[in-house]
Design a protein around this ligand. Structure first.
Ligand code: NAP
Ligand code: MG
Length: 404
């Protein structure tokens, strides 16, 4: 990179949409840009400040504008942001309790979130045969998360009634209770399932990795069956040829079979999960692979927009210490990988090889730094590296810069 350092910076024909954020991750965002990006890239971004103060100032319009900009330019990178609660209302003297920015972005971009652990040779996964990362693709719409529930407190019959537009009713008996109990009614839509499936197939093609999809269609012969059939028919009609060309596979299996296969696998594939399964399995996969800060996250929309971010939050506790003038040892890996992902994607879309290569170098330099024993406190606590050097937030980024 030294020749780039002096004169020639990498050009960008099209911008990346940059979404700045809050607290410790905002501090990291700044250092990463200053030390690892601006010296090498003639950075072209469309900047949106999603820091809580500016969201409040703009009545959250800035989040909506940022989402629309990602739709326009197709690649975005986001810093972690605060989702306000009662405490934050007081802390920031907010006008109202804004929704989660990630929720707003997901609503507008309508995508699937893919989460992948970042692996290094000195942090061993709990499952010893996992040598490659496993990416979880979680359907983030419907099912349990928008279910209607009721408590039953006496004898009686539960029925569901579907009323069509003309007013015609169809009734189905659910259960006759002889005493107390509970019921739950879930739904999903063909549109959402179709978009979920397409995002997953697109991502598998993009990553050149096998796609697994699991559900429980043997028991759920209508509900989960619709998921299975949607995936099957979209694959056969739209993706099979492309998969064959790339030498990758799609396969469906029951969720319980998938769980045991995942445990015995060596990793290196995408596992598409229904909403609840994805919630549970992504926590399992993340913690089995290592630390919270070693996880990337990308939102992929069905029409091919990509928004990269770190999977962790704003690391509030570290920020409060930082504000007191203390040095923290906050891990910037997921933030650096988010930028690297955005550069690689921008480069691919624009045919800009230098930018793709820069993204790859950023990743390689980060991994090399950790594998040489220089790391932040969270990794030092779990590494197999003997006597690692624990660096503070800024020192760690500067150590990566040396390898870059
Ligand atoms: P967090 O920021 O993920 O941090 C929880 C704890 O995990 C930290 O206190 C720290 O543990 C550890 N940790 C997380 N990231 C780390 C890193 N990069 N380096 C070192 N340690 C790290 O979650 P939170 O404190 O519960 O949430 C803070 C704010 O983030 C909230 O306002 C929430 O709304 C927001 N949030 C945003 C997103 C997003 O924008 N995508 C996601 C989740 C949460 P130790 O303190 O033990 O060192
Ligand atoms: Mg969870």
């Amino acid at each position: 990179m030294s020749e780039l350092n002096s004169a020639k910076k990498i050009n960008m024909a099209n911008p990346i949409v940059e979404l700045d954020g809050d607290e410790m991750t905002r501090i990291i965002w700044d250092i990463v840009k200053k030390e690892l990006i601006l010296p090498y890239v003639d950075l072209n971004t469309v900047y949106y400040d999603l820091g809580l103060e500016n969201r409040d100032k703009t009545d959250d319009q800035v989040t909506i504008d940022a989402a629309n900009a990602i739709k326009k330019y197709r690649v975005g990178v986001k810093c972690a942001t605060i989702t306000p609660n009662a405490f934050r209302m007081e802390e920031y003297k907010l006008k109202r309790m804004y929704k989660s920015p990630n929720g707003t972005l997901r609503e507008i971009l309508d995508g699937t979130v893919f989460r992948t652990p970042i692996t290094v040779n000195c942090v061993k996964p709990c499952v010893s045969n996992w040598v490659k990362p496993i990416t979880i693709a979680r359907h983030a719409y419907g099912d349990l998360y928008s279910a209607t529930e009721s408590k039953i407190d006496r004898e009686g019959t539960v029925e569901v009634i579907f009323t069509d537009k003309s007013g015609k009713e169809e009734k189905k008996k659910v259960f006759t209770f002889e005493g107390g109990g509970v019921i739950q009614c879930q739904y999903n839509t063909e549109e959402s399932i179709t978009k979920f499936a397409k995002s997953c197939f697109n991502y598998a093609v993009d990553m050149k990795q096998d796609l697994w999809f699991s559900a429980k269609d043997t028991i759920s012969k209508v509900y989960d069956q619709l998921f299975k059939e949607t995936f099957d028919s979209i694959f056969e009609n739209e993706y099979k040829e492309k998969f064959d060309e790339l030498g990758i596979k799609y396969f469906y299996t029951l969720i319980d079979d998938a769980v045991s296969r995942v445990m015995h696998s060596e990793g290196g594939f995408i596992w598409a999960c229904k909403n609840y399964d994805g919630d549970v399995m992504s926590d399992m996969v993340a913690s089995a692979f290592g630390a919270l800060a070693m996880m990337t996250s990308v939102l992929v929309s069905p029409d091919g927009c990509f928004e990269y971010e770190a999977a962790h939050g704003t690391v509030q506790r570290h920020y409060y210490r930082y504000r007191e003038g203390e040095k923290t040892s906050t891990n910037s890996v997921a933030t650096i990988f988010a930028w690297a992902g955005a550069f690689k994607k921008r480069g691919q879309l624009d045919g800009n090889d230098a930018l793709v290569e820069f993204g790859e170098k950023l990743i390689a330099a980060t991994v090399k730094t950790i594998e040489s024993g220089k790391m932040t406190k969270d990794l030092a606590a779990i590494t197999t590296f003997p006597n690692p050097t624990v660096l503070n937030t800024e020192e760690f980024i500067l150590a990566i810069k040396e390898n870059l």
